[in-house]
Design a binder for this molecule. Sequence first.
Ligand SMILES: [Zn+2]
Ligand SMILES: [Zn+2]
Length: 260
Amino acid sequence: MSRFELSLFENSKGFFQESIRHAVAAEADPHAWKYAITFIVQAIELALKEHLRRAHPLLVFADVDNPKATVTLRKALDRVGHAKLVTLTEKEATAILKANEWRNAVTHYEVSEEVANLQFVYASLLGFYLDYTFDKLDFDTRAVLDDSLLTKLLAIEHYRQELVDRAEARIAADKIDTGLVWICPSCDAGAFVIQDDINTCYVCGFREKVLQCERCNESFFESETHRLDVEWDFGAERYERVCGNCKEELRQEHWGYDDD
Ligand SMILES: [Zn+2]
Ligand SMILES: [Zn+2]
């Protein structure tokens, strides 16, 4: 007999991914909002429960003395707040409660809301979910989204701006030297942090190694460097990792070097 089991967090990530898919689709078809909102609220509720469960397994139950029904979203929010597990901003708390109302409305009766309002609240929920799972559940949820979905999401100005704002706040909070923040080659945001070998974009999660050119000592993305075979006078061979400029200079000085 097979059993279907899904942990709270796995379940949460699944709803998040489906929500994003529908939010992207909602740009062309407003009917998709119903699923985008319902699924992201579900994802947040499950993430809050996972957070509570990690603090103590009984905390996911509405009544800890009678552990049957699990907490509602509102109760989960209160509980993570009381346990000082997380502090929500006013904007986040409002967005979550608003979306929860919408979820209940779309599930039980009808909902009529301006698309601009939906987008505004959705942007907040999206940003909250990504930050929350990263900070409190030690997981970068961007990793579960496939590249094309993330690209489509970041092409929607409203959502892009939310993620850029949050990335800037995180860069400041982490005390990152702005000289050590590059333009991300994947999403073009100025949010690729190279300090302390973080080598990650704070907007889209893109990662790439950063290496130092052995000639000029400047830093480059690994994909911008070249490996050269260098033959020494006494016949021994070794490799050098160099940047494009240094490679050209070397080629002009000594023809015959091979690169990979
Ligand atoms: Zn990026
Ligand atoms: Zn160089």
